[in-house]
Design a protein around this ligand. Sequence first.
Ligand code: HEM
Length: 489
Amino acid sequence: MTRSHTSTSAAETDIKTVPTAPAANSRRAPGPRGNLLLGSAVALQRDPLAFYTNMAQRYGEVVHTRLLFWPTFLVFHPDGVRHVLQEHHQNYDRNLFLYKGLQPFFGEGLATSSGPSWLQHRRLMQPAFHRSRLAALGTLMTEAIRDMLTGWQTAAEQEQPLEVGQEMLRLTLRILGQALFRVDLSDETDAIGQAFTELLTLLGEYVYLPFPPLNVPTPRNRRMQAGLRSLNAVVQRLIEEHRKPQKAQHDLLSLLLEALDAESRHGLSDRQVRDEVFTLLFAGHETTANALTWALYLLSHHPAVQQRLQAEVDTVLAGQTPTVEHLGALPYTRMVLEETLRLYPPGATIPRRAIASDHIGGFAIPTNSLVFLTPYITHRHPDFWERPEVFDPERFTPERVAARHRYAYFPFGGGPHLCIGQHFALMEAQLALAMIAQRYQLRLVPGQRIEPQVMVTIRPLSDVKMTLHRREPRQNNAVRSSVWEQAEG
Ligand code: HEM
C-alpha cells in the first residue's frame, strides 16, 4: 500500500532554491498582544495545546504573537504548512535559540541542524533507514515485543493493572538500543541503561525549561553534566569497538560508520557519529512509545475497532509471530496507528526561523520571525476532517488518503526534513500492536482521566493503567477475504 505521507520521495529530500519575496499587499496577521515583557510565552508554557487551540479558534489560519523578543507566527492551514516545510523550505531553518541550548547533547545532529552540514549528514544516513535495510531489524523487534508480552503473564493472571506508558517506553528503548548497537538500554541493572534513563529524564525537563543554561552549575545541571560525561564515554567506547574490523556488526551504528559520501568519499567523524547517536536515541524512543500508548488507550475506548483489529490479526497471522512480510497484509492495524497519530501526533510543534521576510496566506512574515507548525491543530482542522475529534481509522483507506491535502496530515513532518525514522517507527509500532492484539485485550482501569500533555512530545499527563485479558486467536473467514482484498487493492 503506498501512502503519500509516509514515503520519502526524491522530490522531498531534494534541496531547491525557492526565491521568496513579500507580497506587495501582505497584511499583518491577527493575534494577541500577550504580556508586555514575555508576550505569549507564559500561556504557551502553561498549556501549549490549550494555547494553540485557543489561537486557532480566535484568530484563524495564521496567528501573530510574540515569545519573549521574537515575533512568532502560528501557521495552521495545510497550504501554509506546505509552504514552510516544502515549497519555501529554503527560507525556513532551525537556527533557533532553543536548539542552541541543546548543542551539548545533540551537537550538529540531524534533528536540530540546518544547511550544508545537515544535508551532508542526511545523505549519509538516509540509506541506513531505507525500508530494505530496516527489514533486517524485524526479528529483533518481534523478540523484544515477545519478551515484553511474556513478562505480562503474571500481571494478567493476578489481574494486576499495568502502567502501559512505562511498558511502551521500555520496549521502544530496548528496540532502539539493540538496533543501534546491540545494547539493551532498557535494562536498568546495566550501567549504560541507568545513565541513559536518568539523562533522558533530565533532558526532558531541560528541553521544556532550558534555564539556567547548562554551564551554570545548579544541582540539576551538575547531574546533567555528569550524565552527559558518562554517556559520552560509553558511546565513544562503542564507536571505537565498532571501528575495529573484526568487530563488524549488522547494526545502525555500523552502517553510520561505514557510510561514505558518494562525491567526496568522506564519512562521518567520531564526533559526528556521536551527535547522531544521541539524536537518534532521543528522537526515536519516546515518540514511538507515546504513539503506542495512545493507540492502546484509544482501542480500549472503541471496542468495535479493537474487534476488527483482532480479527485482522487472527486471520492474517493465524497464531504465528508476525514478520516484516506480514505488514502489507495488516492494513487495518496500520490505519489504527495512522488515526492515532492524527489525534495525538507525538511531535507537538515543528519550529522554524524565517531567514528572509516572506508572506504566508497573504500575511507578512518578517525576517527572523519564529514560525510554529502544530500537527495537533492542523490534524483537527474542520475543513479537512469531518467530525475531527472522533477516532475513526477508516479515514486512512488509500482512497481517502489520496483525496486529502498532503499537509492536512504530517505527524512525521515533510519536505527535506521528513522524519528519517518513520519507517522504523511504523514497522515497530505495527508489529507491537499486532502482537499485543493477538494475545491480549487491554481495558482501561475505570476512573482515570487521561489528558494529553506536552513535554517535548504529546504524552498522557498521568499514568495509563490497564488490565490485561488473555485471548486466543480466532479464525474468521469473512474477515479474511475482506482483509486480503484491501491488502491486494
Ligand atoms: C511515531 C514516531 C515518530 C514521530 C511522530 C516522529 C516525528 C518527527 C517529526 C515531526 C520530524 C520533523 C522535525 C522537523 O521538521 O524539524 C522528525 C524528524 C526526525 N526524526 Fe522522527 N519521529 C518518530 C520516530 C522517529 C524514530 C524511530 C527515529 C529514529 C530511529 C526518528 C528520528 C528522527 C530524526 C533523526 C529526525 C530529523 C530529520 C531531519 O531533519 O533530517 N524519529 N520526526
